[in-house]
Design a protein around this ligand. Structure first.
Ligand code: ZN
Length: 211
């Protein structure tokens, strides 16, 4: 498989013993699988590892945008509990922009790692006050609330919103943070696992964003 194994919550090494995975820092954990490089071939392996679990990207993708990174968490396709996809392109105001979309079961911790918020789940900001944006997932409009990113160093210059969809956390992380203005329009999220033959037209590659 063209995917590399790691920990959902950190860049540490994971080991496997009798199909139980463990991170040196976080102990027992389902493994995270990510590509050596983002390509059509490695994304096909990703979809195989994700089983029926969705992988969302903003849709349609702009003409100069591409899928620059992705990941799935789970020891087997039947046990998939989180996915992440990052699309990267440019906006007139912000220059290069990365948009991460993470959907995960509660307690997985991949979203908070990508967001830099710490812990495994978003805090009490979610559902508190007025949502800052909405995205469309099928026929559902999913409200999203701002979650403050704990880290402020340049690598973590990002804007984080979280909501709940289909019983899972839905995280959207924009880098740089100023790209939040892109969220003014109500985005549509599309599950790339349901794209079928159109996936051939999707662009993969570009510099991989840090997370
Ligand atoms: Zn770890």
């Amino acid at each position: 498989m063209s995917l590399v194994v790691g920990c959902p919550r950190c860049r540490g090494v994971v080991t496997e013993h009798q199909q139980e995975w463990a991170c040196v820092d976080h102990g027992p954990t389902p493994p995270l699988w990510r590509p050596g490089e983002a390509s059509y071939e490695s994304f096909t392996a990703h979809l195989g590892a994700a089983g029926t679990f969705p992988t969302y990207v903003p849709w349609p993708m702009g003409p100069d945008w591409q899928v620059s990174d992705f990941a799935v968490v789970g020891a087997s396709p039947e046990q998939a509990c989180a996915t992440m996809a990052c699309t990267s392109g440019t906006s007139r105001l912000d220059g290069p922009v990365d948009v991460f979309v993470v959907t995960e079961e509660a307690g997985t911790g991949l979203g908070s790692r990508v967001a830099g918020t710490g812990g495994r789940d978003p805090g009490p900001e979610v559902r508190d006050g007025t949502p800052v944006a909405r995205v469309r997932l099928g026929r559902t409009a999913v409200p999203l609330w701002v979650v403050s990113a704990g880290r402020t160093d340049e690598e973590f210059d990002r804007f984080v919103v979280v909501g709940e969809a289909e019983g899972r956390w839905l995280w959207i992380v924009l880098r740089p943070a100023s790209a939040v203005l892109l969220l003014r329009d109500e985005w549509i999220l599309r599950d790339l696992s349901g794209l079928g033959p159109l996936l051939v037209d999707t662009r993969f590659g570009g510099p991989r964003p840090p997370w």
